[in-house]
Design a protein around this ligand. Sequence first.
Ligand code: RNT
Ligand code: ZN
Length: 428
Amino acid sequence: MMLDDLLTSGLEGHGRMPYQDARDRYAELGVDTDAAIERALGTPLSVHCWQADDVVGLEVHEEALDAGGIQATGDYPGRARSGGEIRADFEKAATLIPGDLRFNLHAMYAETGGEVVDRDALQPEHFETWIDWCDGNGWGLDFNPTCFAHPMVRDGMTLSSSDDGVQRFWIEHCIACREIAEEIGERLGPCVCNIWIPDGRKDATVDRMGPRARLVEALDEVLAEDMPAITDTVESKLFGIGVEDYTVGSHEFYLGYAASRGCGVCFDMGHYHPTEGVADKISAALPFVRPILLHVSRGVRWDSDHVARFNDDLCAVCDEAVRSGHFDDILWATDFFDASINRVAAWVIGERSLRKALLWAMLEPHEPSVQAEYAGNGHAKLALQELRAELPFGAVWDELCERADAPTGLAWLAEVRRYEEQVLSDRG
Ligand code: RNT
Ligand code: ZN
């Protein structure tokens, strides 16, 4: 079979492997596939807007700006260049992704009608179009202050800057963002407002305490006002390009901050040492910090933001979220960007992989494994984990897609190709 035939036929999966047989097979192990499908479909995934345009945003910049160590690479044609194009692309992607969705905006996607509005002066009205659009489509909306790609990032610092004017600007920006998020939350239901800052140093940092003490003070001021429609989270990172030696908002910093202040924490799967997984952090943090927001992405060497895949890391995170018994305290967002492939396809692949991994976790025969663990039967436990790969998972996934009116197999690729030919190819 040649690629072109595959793309045309789409190799629809549904109906090839009878769902009933798969259901029976799982039922023998005590797993209810119908309940798993329903639960997986009903888990909202907050889809990041920034995959559509390579984290460029909608502001007008006169100078080239440093993105604070995050960088999209590649020049595949069809990048969205306006709010309208981002919305059109997402509407397309959403038809190809099964299950409940939310949308996740950054402040740099304000629509100010040509007027220059600096980030410390942003208002809910600048996001009116986004809010109405989500409302009309039945999607919740989440929000993020944009503390990078701006001339007020000085010496790589924002909220932790030793320059009072710089720090003040970013405090005002984050407060403005919380007010916007509160408005979103009042209109569309609880809005997650996630703070990530790039602050750090390239080499041989000698004052590690100062910036962290300033960040605590700044965050306390930002979060001072009680805003009931927002869920606040703070996101750590290990390093970024040009910020290799020291990151102010490290994992320990934010975990301690969130635990002591009662806000949520965000674990980005690309923000740890390459052999350090996020999965085990879930049950370690849950007794002290809730909710946990996951930024699902895939780290590859220096890059923390490759398109998410159904790989061991993602399956382990989903397994742990389900096994923890606190699934409702875990929020799912994606955070990846790849400018070297069709951007709508990148979205579809990443979101489908997350939904798939959630279903995979929900189909685990968990009870017998726990029994084996407590009975000291380690080999039975290993065997049960191995068995998961032998079960007819594909048939259940196809059924999930079918129930959500989303394509199975590779059928969505043909849709993306059509969209590329009809819409994306016209973009300069
Ligand atoms: C950066 C963080 C952060 C950003 C987005 C754009 O390393 O992961 O979440 O990717 O806010
Ligand atoms: Zn992230």
